[in-house]
Each structure stands twice: as C-alpha cells, then as structure tokens.
Ligand binder design. Sequence first.
Ligand SMILES: *Cc1c(COP(=O)(O)O)cnc(C)c1O
Length: 459
Amino acid sequence: MELPFAESYRIKMVEPIRRSTRQEREKWIKEAKYNLFNLKSEQVYIDLLTDSGTGAMSDKQWGAIMLGDESYAGASSYYKMKDAIKNILGFDYFLPTHQGRAAENVLYSSILKEGDLVPGNSHFDTTKGHIEFRKAIALDCTIDAAADTQLEIPFKGEMDLNKLEAALKSRDKKDIPCVVLTITNNTAGGQPVSMKNIRETSALCHKYGVLVQIDGARFAENAYFIKTREPEYKDKTIKEITKEMLSYADIMTMSSKKDAIVNMGGFVAFRDEALWRKCQMFCVMNEGFITYGGMSGRDMNALAQGLDEGTEFDTLETRIKQVEYLAAKLDEYGVPYQRPAGGHAIFIDAKKVLTHTPKEEFIAQTLAIELYLEAGIRGVEIGTILADRDPVTRENRYPRLELLRLAIPRRTYTNNHMDVIAAAMKNVYDRRESITRGFVITKELPVMRHFTVELERAH
Ligand SMILES: *Cc1c(COP(=O)(O)O)cnc(C)c1O
C-alpha cells in the first residue's frame, strides 16, 4: 500500500482554542456590528483572516530569538540576516524594515515622483497605496486569464508581456522608476508566475532600461509551484529555484510575515550599492538605523532562520498540500472557488454561492458572516465593502468578483481543522437558497472602510 502524505513536523507546543455555540456567535457578531475585524480572537475558533504574521515559528526560530543581539549598531543579528539574504536570496545589500509596506515606503520615497508610471502584475493593496499616495500610477498588466475563476492554468498570476511592453513604450524611462513583479500574485488569488515569465519580464524591462522590483512576500511558494509545474525545474531544489528567480530582479521588497514565517518583519534588498545608499536616509528617518531598521535583534535572528526553513521543500509541500486538501474537500461538496487553489488561500466565489442575495447587500460579507455563525470560522470579504466608494461620485463600487478569502496560516492548523472548514462551508452552501437578505451599512470611514465598517441586517 502506498503510504499517505503527512506533515513534515511534529508539535512541541500548543495553544488551546475553544469552540463556541451558535447562540454565543449570534450575540458576538451582533456586538461586533457584523464586522469580523471587530471580533475578539477568543470568539473565533479557526482564524483564516490572514496568513500574515500568523504562522507558527519552529523550535530553531524560538531558539534563535534567545540569541538576539540588541546592539544599536552592528549587531550579530544584523549579520545573520545579511548572510541569509546573501546566501539564500543572492542580494548583497538590504535594509531591515518593520514589515512589507515599510519596505515599499523606504524604496518609493527615494525612487518615485509624482506622475510616474509603475506597471506590475496586480499590485498588492499597500504597494498600490504607496504608489498612488505619491500621485504616481500603478498600471495592472496581469494576464486576462487571471480574472476567470473557473479556468485552470498552472501559472495564473503572470505578467502580460504585450501589455507591459506597451506600458514601457508609453513613457520615457526616467518616468518609469521600476516594474513590480509580485510572486505569488496575491491579488489574483495567490497564483504563481513561471520562471519563463519572470525571465522574460526582466529581459523586457532591462531592454527599456527599467529596474525590476520583485515583491517577494510569497517567493518560496512561487518556487514550489515552479518546481512542481514547470517541467525543466523538477529536479532543482527550492533554494536553486529561488536564487534563479531573484537573479532576474534588481530590487526585492519582502513582507517576512509570509514566507519567512515570522510574526513581524520585512526588508528591501538591492543589487546596486548606490541605490542602497540612496534609500538609507528613508530607512533612518522612518524605520531606524540601517543595521536594525524596524526590527529588534531577536526578530532578525528568527527571520534569518525562517528564510532557511521557508525555502525547504518539505515545509512548502506540507503547506501547499494542506491548501490543496481543503480545496479537494470543497470540490467534493461542489463549493465554487477561484481555481486552481492558490498557495496561501482559498477564495470562495460568493456570487456563485449566494445567488439570492442582492449585490447592494454585500454578498461576500454576508457569506463571511454565515460561515462565522455556522462554525466560528473567520474569513475575510474581498468584495464591495473592500472596493469602497468611488472617490468622486461616492457611490459604492461593485467589483466583478465577490470573494470570501480563507487564508491558511503556516504550520498552525491541522487537516482536522480543514475538515471542519469544508464541512461548515458545505452546510452554508446547502442552505444557500434560504439566504436571501444581506446587510446594510450604518457607519463607515471615508477611506479603508472595511476595517471599521458597522453593519446591520437588511430587512
Ligand atoms: C502582505 C503583503 C505586502 C505588505 O506587507 P505587510 O507586511 O503586510 O506590510 C506586500 N505585498 C504582498 C504581495 C503582500 O502579500
């Protein structure tokens, strides 16, 4: 008999979580004004709000924390991080920052100016925010196939090279400070980018004299997909693939809360010494001195160790197989989601589930609340509430897709939890036709309303 797959770790420390009753959840979600961000974490049984900073560190990472050097300048922890970035990622220069968006802030403060164009494959929200805040343009050049949730292709997060070339031709290179290649493509559902596409994107940018920035929050998951889906890489190690992927980039920004499996941290890495020097001032001003930036020594130690573990095949296989395990269960129950399953999350296609809920009453939010009421599971709405109002007309913007994102934290839950999630989704799916009403907003802020919005049941 073929042996089944099992996790590549055993558990040394546990954190109790508690199931609640439907009656308790009815009360709590009402008190939270039907906004899942307002729930206390102990009111949640399985928390799939995000995979950012919610992973479980290893024994070696916790051990490294005890060895942290908190010297203001030149700490050994800085040099450990520097060695990891050099040896695993291949960059000579870097600045530590408190998380990914801070890396973007340090970088864009020094290279972006008003009116610039920054093409990319679906810029992540904070990336877009930092570009648009500087009155520059974040132009989406993702392949069209990414928008079709039921289409199964191996690399659904790629850059469309024709769109990119048109963008590069449209401006003088001095007005295109960089092109952002996000791996995996978070916004498109954690979808990967092939090595071929990374290589060709880089060649095209360099032909036009434009720098390539890799937003590498989930670079290791991307390397796993290259190994398992791009035939010529099947015998390469994740570390070899990582080195090659990043060799095509001039700059890397990193949210270490993702694939470096720490609770907080990030960095921006550079190939060019002069650019590193230019960015130092913004690191010192906004984050901290260049040998710690936004991080404590112990966290730099944990990050260095996390980069090593996060680029081991077994770690990635365990993680991605868990996401696929949940996807297979949802297939069995007929629950529709963005296909194929991404590296870090499942995106349920809420419009295909709640066909009787009007869009004006927030379809994906309604589904998120139903899943919470069903089993205490917290996902997040990627729909109309997140899309916010049009800045000019102040009307709600209705995106083409209403998604419920279920992000899976790294090394945190077991497949028994995945079974609970799938069963709860099935129960909601089975009673979908009875869910005819959603919610109305009673209070909201003018920007980023989803974090603090208050709702009540529509009737
Ligand atoms: C999370 C994320 C960021 C921002 O990182 P933070 O650590 O949350 O500030 C940037 N890009 C991508 C692709 C991300 O997933």
